[in-house]
Design a protein around this ligand. Structure first.
Ligand code: FAD
Length: 446
């Protein structure tokens, strides 16, 4: 139950890696409320398979930087990329400190894997369930903290704001249908991506970019809303629902893509957008609705050790990856755009922060390099908490009450309708941004 009579110091919308790591890094003397739309395990963080990047040593700095920039079509913010790479060892140390187990070599050093776009192995992993391992440990640590409350089935519908700052959120309890006006000195939006608005996506269906729609509606800057990443390889199926990802590290370890005649047609280790384009072109030429991914070049013992979840899932769907290629097709996977935020997570509205996949801090540019997302979400969420700790300034409660009184509560009465409208706001923003990009390209060519 949420306490209605209580003003929280910090409210965090979202219980994925970004929300949880932010909560864990807010000073322990501050009250923190974390809400999530569904159960805490329904976050994309939980689904991450491939792993999380770590700068192995100084000799790799330049190539890691170059790989990230190349994948992002050089639209990345170089300072943000530098901060992410420089912070990667600290984040992995934090995770190990919380009990996260990464694959290790016989001498105890990290066993790194490789994915598309990476010129060298630098990805820490836990089998093919890295996200579950990390999120479970973060959740346990957050639950053990007396100052943090995590409440499931509560959906943020709006922010409470005036022209000066943000004072909290309007939220609905999915269990009892009650509407809450929740005040806080600081509000952090950590509500993940937008996959739920697409028919084919690897994301949980509840992730519909609500915070992004709220910001678009309330005039809080959102950048690159049309920068949507398609993952080249998800298991092809005619069933409805979330698409099952076949991690890029499968290709990093040697799996190959085959056309309808079981011939290779592309370099599998190029960045995601390029491999996706190659697959789509091949499907067009072959007039098929999928291509094949063959994991048999990987030694069977490595497949069983590194990818047990993928093996299990494919078997359940009728495919034995040790004996036959599996059908794969590109699907929506990640959102590079989002609520404009700096590397400390602050948005344009004082008192409001945005971290994780829901924000756009310029790290990924136009296309995310594989396994940079967990790292970026964890690091900048930690930086946001540190920023809040450092500059803590309580909100003026009389202004907060006035901002709340100015809200038209009838707007929230039908939350299903409102959330549907939010999806439309994002779709319209994507269409309009795509049209603007096409017009700019046309002008350049003319
Ligand atoms: C299948 C899959 C595999 C992936 N593999 C990798 C990988 O190997 N490496 C990597 O770096 N990245 C990977 N990613 C991407 C990465 O997992 C995500 O980008 C990252 O976990 C995002 O974390 P987050 O905390 O920002 O959001 P999420 O983990 O998605 O959490 C979002 C939270 O916000 C809550 N929420 C949303 N809307 C509301 C609302 N209106 N009110 C209240 N709560 C709300 C949700 O309930 C949820 O708790 C993968 C993604 C997928 C889908």
């Amino acid at each position: 139950m949420i306490q209605l009579d209580k003003k929280y110091d910090v409210i965090i919308v979202g219980a994925g890696v970004a929300g949880l790591n932010c909560a864990l890094n807010v000073s322990s003397g501050r009250s923190v409320l974390v809400i999530c739309k569904d159960t805490p395990d329904k976050s994309d963080s939980y689904l991450a398979q491939g792993g999380i990047c770590r700068l192995p040593d100084e000799s790799d700095y330049q190539s890691y930087f170059d790989d990230t920039m190349r994948a992002g079509h050089y639209e990345n913010d170089p300072a943000a990329v530098d901060a992410m790479i420089r912070g990667s060892q600290e984040i992995i140390d934090d995770l190990v400190g919380l009990g996260v187990e990464f694959a290790r070599n016989a001498d105890g050093s990290f066993a790194y894997t490789k994915e598309g776009g990476h010129s060298r192995p630098r990805i820490c992993f836990h089998e093919d369930t890295t996200g579950r391992e990390i999120t479970t440990r973060l959740m346990a640590a957050a639950r053990a903290r007396r100052n943090i409350r995590i409440v499931p089935y509560v959906t943020m519908l709006d922010v409470i704001r005036d022209d000066v700052r943000c004072y909290g959120i309007v939220a609905k309890d999915g269990k009892n249908g009650r509407l809450y006006r929740l005040f806080a000195d600081y509000t952090v939006l950590a509500s993940g991506g937008i996959g739920g608005i697409f028919e084919n996506s690897t994301n949980f269906r509840v992730l519909t970019g609500d915070a992004i729609a709220v910001c678009l509606k309330r005039g809080i800057p959102v950048d690159h809303v049309n920068y949507v990443q398609i993952h080249p390889t998800t298991l092809y199926t005619k069933k409805k629902g979330r698409r099952f990802l076949i991690s890029e590290s499968v290709r990093g370890e040697g799996a190959v893509l085959l056309d309808k005649n079981f011939k290779r047609f592309t370099d599998e280790l190029r960045p995601r957008d390029i491999v996706t384009a190659a697959i789509r072109e091949q499907m067009r030429k072959d007039a098929t609705d999928h291509v094949w991914l063959d994991m048999r070049p990987i030694p069977p013992e490595e497949v069983m050790r590194h990818f047990p979840d993928i093996v299990r899932h494919c078997l359940n769907e009728g495919y034995d990856v040790l004996r036959e290629p599996i059908p794969v097709v590109p699907s929506q996977h990640y959102f590079m755009g989002g609520i404009r935020s700096g590397v400390n997570g602050a948005t344009a509205l004082p008192g409001l922060y945005a971290v994780g996949e829901t924000c756009c801090n310029g790290v990924h540019g136009k296309n995310r390099l594989a396994s940079n997302s967990l790292l970026e979400s964890l690091l900048f969420a930690k930086r946001a908490a540190q920023d809040i700790n450092a500059r803590y300034c309580p909100a003026d409660m009389s202004a907060a009450t006035a901002a709340e009184a100015a809200l038209d509560l009838s707007v929230y009465a039908n939350s299903t309708k409102l959330l549907r409208e939010y999806k439309e706001i994002i779709r319209a923003a994507i269409d309009s941004e795509n049209a603007a990009c096409a017009a700019r390209e046309g002008e350049t060519k003319a």
